[in-house]
Design a protein around this ligand. Structure first.
Ligand code: HEM
Length: 417
């Protein structure tokens, strides 16, 4: 048994950040392009260096996103294949497409995520951020920053994009947490993970199918309507692809943004000098958000599959081999980031890979950054004395996630006038 492969495929490893960091540092030092053979999974190459990750992502003609996108146990893959008639995934989103098809599907929603449209959303997002500041005030001088604030805020922004009412938040939170965080038994309860995976995917697909039907019948000008009525080459996209698209929008921007917001808050509390500097000069916020993204790296990997032989870092990748792009490792690469284990709000340059790179680079990256910036500004303007008030804990995952609890303490700031 290969202990490094086992540790990387163990969802518990990320719940001990020092252990996870040490594991990736060791991999970068000893074998940065490493053949991994965890038991119960199909083997793969681990891409741990920043330069290699960018090379693989930019050669999207050779390294395809389909069919393997994330690390799934063989047993779960078999259950999914049985439930879908042979597919490797329960859905088919733009993350699972390549080439011209990917460009066409991505193009359907791209304008909604570009800065001109985001400007229109800024006032709505600020109003939601103010609501959560008010929530912190109501909670007195302490809260669990994850459970009370960070999981709700990005979800409310997604509801705004999809024109769903705020009351839908608890149900969507339950569905997305079951689906995305299914490896953390504390959150999803007992049960063999492969069954939980299929059930949770089915439940959330049922939810988006109702959304799809309602928007198709009576479209508005929200993102769900754009997807439900989308056409490619004059033909409507299939209901399955539309529902998959909706599912991606609901899940992709939630867990990731909330993990970065909470992990960024923890980084500030653990680096009080940086917190003080930021609070004194909020023009540092955009840089601080980028450093939080590098620091937290909430997406742990995506896969690519080679369609032809390719030489990378002196090793031969064979056609059919799959590769795990390890974003958190690239973000601590000593050859790219000076002092990579220090959290510096004014790090320059900061070429982090948190949103990926190349044709699949995160579509929601401007939105994600804007959300985090707006919430932090509101919090830093309204509170001081921010500090840790208990032990943080992390969600067990191999794919995407962050803190599941972050007890903090704070004081309402006395504003001049
Ligand atoms: C801090 C927040 C976020 C992080 C860290 C993040 C990270 C990522 C990563 C790593 C990818 C894959 C990139 C690749 O394969 O090269 C991705 C893709 C994607 N993200 Fe995000 N994301 C975030 C927020 C959002 C938001 C707010 C949305 C929208 C509501 C969103 C929507 C998408 C979509 C649609 C894709 C698929 C793009 C494609 O395959 O062409 N993301 N994201």
């Amino acid at each position: 048994m290969d202990e490094i492969s086992e540790a990387l495929a163990d969802p518990q490893t990320v719940t001990h950040p020092a252990v996870y960091d040490a594991l990736l540092t060791r991999i970068r030092r000893e074998a940065p392009l490493r053949w991994m053979t965890p038991e119960g999974f199909r083997p793969f190459w681990l891409v741990a260096k920043h330069a290699d990750l960018l090379e693989v992502e930019s050669r999207a003609d050779i390294f395809l996103s389909a069919p393997r996108t994330e690390l799934i146990p063989r047993k779960e893959e078999e259950q999914i294949a049985a439930a879908t008639g042979g597919n490797q995934q329960m859905m088919r989103t733009i993350l699972h497409m390549d080439g011209a098809e990917h460009r066409a599907y991505r193009g359907l929603t791209q304008p909604a995520f570009m800065p001109p449209n985001l400007c229109k959303l800024e006032a709505g997002i600020t109003a939601i951020a103010k609501e959560y500041v008010q929530r912190m005030v109501e909670l007195g001088d302490a809260c669990d920053f994850v459970k009370d604030i960070a999981v709700w805020y990005p979800l409310r922004v997604i509801l705004l994009l999809l024109d769903l009412p705020p009351e839908a938040a608890p149900e969507i939170l339950r569905l997305t947490q079951n689906f995305v965080e299914r490896k953390d038994q504390n959150i999803v309860g007992e049960g063999p993970s492969e069954q939980v995976a299929v059930q949770s995917a089915q439940e959330i697909l049922d939810y988006v199918s109702k959304l799809y039907e309602s928007r198709k019948a009576a479209p508005g000008d929200d993102l769900a309507s754009v997807i439900a009525t989308a056409k490619i080459g004059g033909e409507p996209i299939s209901p399955f692809e539309a529902m998959s698209y909706l599912l991606l929008v609901v899940t992709a921007g939630h867990e990731t943004t909330s993990a970065t917001t909470a992990g960024g808050m923890l980084a500030l509390l653990q680096n009080p000098g940086e917190l003080e500097r930021l609070q004194a000069d909020l023009t540092l916020l955009p840089g601080a958000v980028d450093e939080m993204l590098r620091w937290v790296s909430p997406v742990k990997h995506f896969f690519r599959t080679a369609v032809q032989d390719y030489e990378l870092r002196g090793q031969k990748i064979k056609a059919g081999d799959s590769l795990m792009l390890c974003f958190p490792s690239a973000n601590r690469d000593e050859e790219v980031f000076a002092d990579p284990f220090s959290f510096k709000i004014d790090r320059k340059p900061n070429p982090h890979t948190t949103f990926g790179y190349g044709p699949h680079a995160c579509l929601g990256q401007h939105l994600g950054k804007m959300e985090i910036r707006i919430l932090l500004k509101e919090i830093l303007e309204n509170f001081d004395g921010l500090q840790l008030a208990g032990e943080p804990a992390w969600v067990a995952t191999t794919f995407a996630g962050g803190l599941k609890t972050l007890p903090i303490r704070y004081r309402r700031r006395q504003l001049p006038g």
